[in-house]
Write a protein that binds this ligand. Sequence first.
Ligand SMILES: Cc1ncc(COP(=O)(O)O)c(C=O)c1O
Length: 368
Amino acid sequence: MAIKLSSPSYGELEIQAATRVLQSQVTSMGYETYMFEQELKQFFGRKDLNVLVVNSCTAALQLALQGIGIKPDDEVLLPSLTYIATFQAVSALGAVPIPCDVDDECFIDIDDAKSRITSKTKAIIPVLYAGIENNINAVYKLAKRCDLHVVEDAAHSFGSKNTILRDGILCFSFDPIKNLSCTSGGAIVTSNTDLAHKIQDLRLLGVIGDTERRINGERSWDFDVKEQGWRYHMGNLCAAIGRAQLSRMKFISNIRRSVASRYVNELNGLNYIRLLPINYETAIPHIFPIIVNEGLRNDLMQYLLSRGIGCGIQYKPNHLLTYFDRGYSLPNTEKLYSQLLSIPLHPMLSNDDVTIVIDTIKEWAVNV
Ligand SMILES: Cc1ncc(COP(=O)(O)O)c(C=O)c1O
């Protein structure tokens, strides 16, 4: 594809960081992991937050759910329109993901979620799809009223100013194409220190107090384990790359924001497409999904692909997958699924690339 849909941006700093760790021969969890957590905390600008890095956002979600006490057969509400990872994180604990519809902004539909609450419902996961969180307060209100935990899937929202101001449990992704990438990684961010301590052990196979020993370059030879844990910690190599990316966050977010604002300025109001209401003043855009009029999405997709422009469908709704099908349909999710099309957004795009994407979409809209 001449213009990719998504891409990381690794430069000299990331290469130097990886080389430094490889030369040290200490690639497992240690000093770099500790420093990455400290620097993320500084980046968020809130001293009260605990930041725990792990090897993916999928792991972050699973650990957060286990940490708040989600058990087999508990039900967890979440929008069907999300990456498969959100669902798998719930089912990995033996809990049951309950797919909910989304509203026109691709955010979990509060009324639909409410209608699916049973005596087994213990938590709700709002997914900040494309950084959209306009209705997040309604999730917290519902959760308070119905005594549910909230775990936010903020995989798309690293760097968003509003997300980090909330007093929730946030799970970020640092996979290769996210706003910050350390090749593979994630983070759980919470002001709940007891929860953070619990997750610290869970990410290291449940070994109690292992984080401190590893940061000091030691191993645990005599230890105890009190519950099921997982090998989900982040090693020095990924953490060092993450630190380098974090130091370039301003540069990376400026490009993402400037690409997105060109799309907004030049595509808004165009026939046959609708844009999502994302606030790019506060959010750093991770993906740029457009909503194409019914029946035309595949036509635009083929038009772009045949001209070397990468695009994709984010995401196939999870209730349409055999494993997560619960025998009911979700009308708005299914409608959006037939209309959504993500267009290129990443830090390696040049101005010319963006012009080509915009002109090609405009050309399609004239000729369709
Ligand atoms: C909405 C959402 N949730 C969770 C994940 C999982 O993140 P990771 O790949 O870091 O496990 C992703 C990754 O694409 C995602 O887009």
